[in-house]
Ligand binder design. Structure first.
Ligand code: IPE
Ligand code: IPE
Ligand code: MG
Length: 254
């Protein structure tokens, strides 16, 4: 075989060798991304939401990760100005509406975790969410779990209520309650634990994200703001994950 003189060396795609079933993202830094460009915060959210499909598609289709969670609105984000909240809600509604056919075609099941009974969530947003969940319920290639009006503490309260009800109804005995019972009463009882949490924008905190599910997750905190977070940044996160020695409390040396 002759090699052309100017031929660029082919980029070897990164391949994960460590099991990574579930990746979770805290998309953070939309506002700061906009501020740096002297744009209103809303433009940061717009660019951020635009980046979502690209990143989750890379996780699913190129890096073979089956489950992807994305934290988009926390139970504490209600403390923001009304105009920002309604802009964000509208963006997310449009995101679901515009991408539903593509999710269906890819076999991606959409799940939405959070307090969706909240009367402050507009009816049309609830309708769009319900529609996306219903249409993709039989999809089985990938799972996209959107954390919407989500709080880890709220989820644990939800689980506690569910467990108490089962005890009250005689379906469960008090002495039988264990960790598995809690798992079974979370918003998504069938998802595997999170293996890797990625929080963009360099903040070193979890801000009420998946408190139960992160018990043994590896965590990475890339500097990039979410709208600018790209494949190169993602691969850095995956390489970091690949280098970790996960022991789960034991003495395993991989
Ligand atoms: C993340 O970006 C989006 C949401 C929390 C909804 P931010 O809006 O938190 O952006 P920063 O942290 O202010 O830069
Ligand atoms: C966490 O980001 C919530 C989401 C990304 C949805 P925040 O920007 O709300 O978190 P804090 O306030 O910096 O902890
Ligand atoms: Mg933030």
């Amino acid at each position: 075989m002759f090699k052309h003189k100017n031929e660029e060396p082919k980029e070897v795609p990164f391949v994960l060798t460590k099991p990574l079933n579930h990746i979770a993202f805290i998309m953070d830094g939309n506002g700061r991304w906009a501020k740096e460009r002297m744009l209103p915060r809303s433009m940061g959210h717009k660019a951020g939401v635009r980046n979502v499909k690209e990143i989750i598609d890379l996780c699913f289709k190129k890096y073979g990760i089956k489950v992807c969670s994305l934290y988009v609105f926390s139970t504490e984000n209600w403390n923001r100005p009304d105009s920002e909240i309604s802009y964000l809600f509208n963006l997310l509604r449009i995101f679901f509406r515009d991408n539903i056919e593509r999710f269906l075609a890819d076999g991606t099941k959409i799940l939405v975790s959070g307090d969706l009974d909240d009367p402050r969530i507009p009816e049309e947003t609830k309708e769009t969410i319900k529609d996306a969940i219903e249409k993709t319920k039989d999809c089985s290639n990938y799972v996209f779990n959107v954390l919407y009006n989500y709080g880890g503490r709220r989820e644990l309260a939800y689980a506690a209520k569910g467990i108490a009800k089962d005890v009250q109804d005689g379906k469960l005995k008090l002495e039988d309650i264990d960790e598995k019972t809690i798992q079974e009463h979370l918003y998504q009882k069938d998802l595997p634990d999170v293996d890797l949490l990625v929080r963009t924008s360099g903040e070193l905190r979890i801000s009420n994200c998946l408190l139960y599910e992160l018990a043994y997750a590896e965590m990475v905190f890339p500097k990039a703001y979410w709208p600018a977070f790209n494949e190169k940044d993602l691969v850095e996160c995956l390489k970091d994950y690949e280098s970790r020695n996960r022991r789960f409390g034991g003495l395993k040396n991989e």
